[in-house]
Design a protein. Structure first.
Length: 390
């Protein structure tokens, strides 16, 4: 190998001669490129948009600081691209395949609606494209080695919630209304149905609807006739707020207490659409606090004001997903090698924005569940406030 020094007006440029060709890579800017497949529009748009903005904010923080340096001493900046999957399985898969066909893309971040992640998860293994979900909770029966998520998912969180819910409130008669077309919502509703007897309550009604339905009066009338103490509302904020407003219209709202999962009632959009009628409702969520004294959380909340909406847990998930992806890229020392990146990602142990993210997903026995973090039960007290239920 020969080195050649050439004088320039601003100093010296070193070229490395390898096999007869000048290698200028040492002088090039290194960029790591992630592709976000998430919902900007549709029923999950408010959730997906927040995840996208959370990742964008994390990338801005790193880029503004000069990028990041991997363990081999290489420095990178971050580039993000976005694909709107709306609420379509087909669109999610199309976005994943588009990313996989681009050799500059290292990994996919998303999606937040489980509709997208459930569809992409098996395809990621086929195209060998690492994906990191930013808000999915749907149970995955058989993981492939390329799929991960930063969330604490329903199979882990919901049984804990049911145990504490039963201990604290001692419910006897519980009803459920759920979106049969949304994978995570349906999965949690079915899990509650199957575990009702174990936790000492009777499921007196189990009513389904589909995304984009607008009239829920038939289901609400049926539920009202079973005289439940508690009603689980498993719906995105668009349909869920309509359900709650129609419950009020039909006289059910004042006679039943409400619960849900996955922090959905903590979304300020839900509060606005339901005209504050979710006050007093409870849900489980990943333990995090937007009002934390942690300097990074305070910076995230302050800087998030550049976006038009308020931050929520989905904003945090997006930020965490980018943190996790960068951490794996640092350890893999690559911006393009998806296999090295996947192997580094599979052994992640990171204290991220709002808690631990930990993966152990060997190729022989893959499991993309986040093994870190913790779950809390909260009661909604205002548009953007809640209290812990002990």
């Amino acid at each position: 190998m020969k080195r050649l020094l050439i004088g320039c007006g601003v100093g010296l440029v070193m070229f490395v001669l390898v096999g007869g060709f000048y290698n200028t890579s040492l002088a090039e800017e290194r960029v790591v490129h992630f592709f976000q497949v998430n919902a900007l529009t549709g029923q999950a748009g408010s959730y997906g948009t927040r995840s996208i903005h959370g990742a964008e904010l994390a990338a801005k923080h790193l880029n503004d600081a000069g990028g990041f340096t991997d363990t081999c001493g290489n420095t990178y900046t971050i580039k993000l691209s976005v694909w709107d999957m709306a609420n379509s399985r087909e669109q999610a898969i199309a976005g994943l395949r588009k990313a996989a066909d681009d050799p500059t893309m290292l990994a996919v971040l998303g999606s937040t609606p489980s509709t997208g992640f459930a569809a992409m998860e098996p395809v990621a293994g086929q195209v060998k494209m690492p994906i990191i979900a930013t808000g999915s909770a749907v149970p995955i029966k058989k993981w492939n080695p390329y799929a991960f998520r930063v969330t604490i998912a329903t199979p882990v969180a919901a049984p804990y919630f049911l145990k504490r819910f039963s201990q604290i409130f001692q419910p006897k008669r519980v009803a459920i209304i759920y979106d049969i077309a949304q994978d995570a919502l349906r999965a949690e509703a079915e899990l509650i149905r199957d575990l009702a007897k174990k936790f000492g309550f009777e499921l007196v009604a189990f009513e389904a609807f589909r995304t984009n339905d607008a009239d829920f009066r038939a289901q609400i009338t049926t539920i009202k006739g079973t005289t439940p103490e508690w009603l689980g509302v498993y719906a995105a904020n668009g349909e869920g707020s309509k359900i709650i407003n129609q419950m009020d219209e039909l006289g059910l709202l004042g006679t039943v207490k409400m619960f849900s999962g996955y922090g959905v009632f903590q979304d300020p959009t839900y509060w606005d659409l339901a005209n504050g009628k979710i006050k007093g409702a409870v849900n489980w969520a990943v333990a995090f606090n937007l009002r934390s004294s942690d300097p990074l959380m305070q910076k995230v909340v302050a800087d998030y004001k550049s976006f038009p909406e308020d931050p929520t847990i989905y904003s945090v998930y997006g930020y965490q997903a980018l943190q996790v992806a960068v951490d794996a890229a640092k350890r893999a020392c690559t911006a393009t090698d998806r296999e090295k990146f996947r192997d580094a990602l599979a052994e992640t142990k990171l204290e991220a924005l709002a808690g631990s993210v930990a993966f152990h997903s060997p190729r022989s026995e893959p499991n993309g569940e986040n093994q870190g973090g913790s779950v809390i039960i909260s009661r909604i007290t205002g548009r953007d406030s809640y209290e812990l239920v002990e």
